[in-house]
Ligand binder design. Structure first.
Ligand code: PSU
Ligand code: MN
Length: 306
């Protein structure tokens, strides 16, 4: 028995012709952005992958199947659905077995991408080590997945709502390459710089594709994390974001928000605290990541790397 995968017509055709594919997650749609900007963004991200010469595969679970590539109607339904599960590695099989609808996080999208033979994935920010993790133990399963599943994930760094130094330490322990794209500093999602040096730096999509292939040649499990800074014109500087982040974290603590609810709660509070500016930045950075992921996927599909 094989995994219950359903390919959209566009993705099925790309697989037949060997066109470069880029996986996209769906938690950002259902739990990361409000309707209707979530659906508009998902469509724009897909368009940006296509414009850069690759085929987008947005991944979600519906009616007992992992859908790899969503039709326009499916995207519209998912973007407004109530009670959608937030799926990480732990939840995927239960959601499929019970026939519920689920949105895939970075971890679950990586698992589905690997099953579908897709090697590159674009998202906004990954989950990481939350502040206070020394008592809450809240460390996103995204980090373990990067250590286990051979997909190159393009993000805009980790969100500054997290504890970034601890996130880097855990990634180092897990043997995950954290590669800043085109700069020395680790980007911090809404801001181009976290103030922390990134462990690794690469300056071209072709080099990142070659490193991806090299891991395969070395027999190393796990993926690569590419941290692509948000475009200059869209960034919210760190000193502007920090007071909003502190306020959102204080609200989460006061309301006892825990586990899977933490990230969606903080994103929603920041949307309100920044009067929508955090969302505008979030959209810009995802589009930017989609373009870089498409370039990496195109390099991988071209004869040569590795
Ligand atoms: N980045 C965003 N918006 C999101 C997420 C990341 O810009 O909604 C989602 C991703 O799906 C990521 C998840 O995998 O949040 C992490 O959740 P947690 O911290 O509960 O592991
Ligand atoms: Mn968590």
């Amino acid at each position: 028995m094989t995994a219950p995968l359903t390919f959209s017509p566009e993705v099925a055709e790309a697989r037949r012709s060997g066109a470069p594919l880029v996986a996209l997650e769906s938690t950002i749609i259902t739990h990361g952005m409000p309707f209707p900007q979530n659906v508009e963004t998902a469509r724009a991200v897909e368009a940006s992958v296509r414009a850069a010469g690759a085929v987008p595969a947005t991944i979600a679970v519906m009616a007992g199947r992992i859908h790899v590539g969503l039709t326009g109607d499916e995207l519209q339904v998912l973007g407004q659905a109530i009670g959608v599960m937030k799926l990480s590695r732990a939840d995927l099989a239960v959601c499929l077995a019970s026939g519920r609808t689920g949105a895939t996080t970075v971890a679950a999208t990586m698992i589905a991408a690997r099953l579908a033979g897709i090697e590159v994935f674009a998202t906004g920010g990954i989950g990481g080590v939350h502040r206070g993790a020394e008592t809450s133990f809240d460390i996103s399963a995204d980090l373990q997945e990067l250590a286990a599943t051979p997909v190159t994930v393009v993000c805009a760094g980790a969100k500054a709502i997290l504890d970034l130094p601890k996130t880097l330490e855990v990634l180092e322990t897990l043997g995950v390459p954290v590669i800043a794209f085109g700069q020395d500093d680790l980007p911090a999602f809404w801001s181009r710089s976290s103030g922390l040096p990134a462990p690794l730096r690469m300056d071209s999509a072709a080099d990142i594709a070659t490193a991806h292939r090299m891991r395969g040649r070395l027999g190393l499990p796990g993926g690569q994390l590419v941290a692509n800074p948000i475009p200059v014109e869209a960034e919210i500087p760190r000193d502007v974001m920090i007071p909003f982040i502190e306020a959102a974290l204080a609200e989460a603590a006061a309301q006892g928000i825990q586990a899977k609810k933490v990230t969606p709660f903080l994103l929603d509070r920041l949307f309100h605290l920044t009067a929508g500016r955090s969302l505008t930045a979030n959209i810009a950075l995802v589009l930017n990541n989609a373009r870089l992921a498409a370039a990496i996927a195109s390099s991988l599909a071209a004869p040569g790397p590795g």
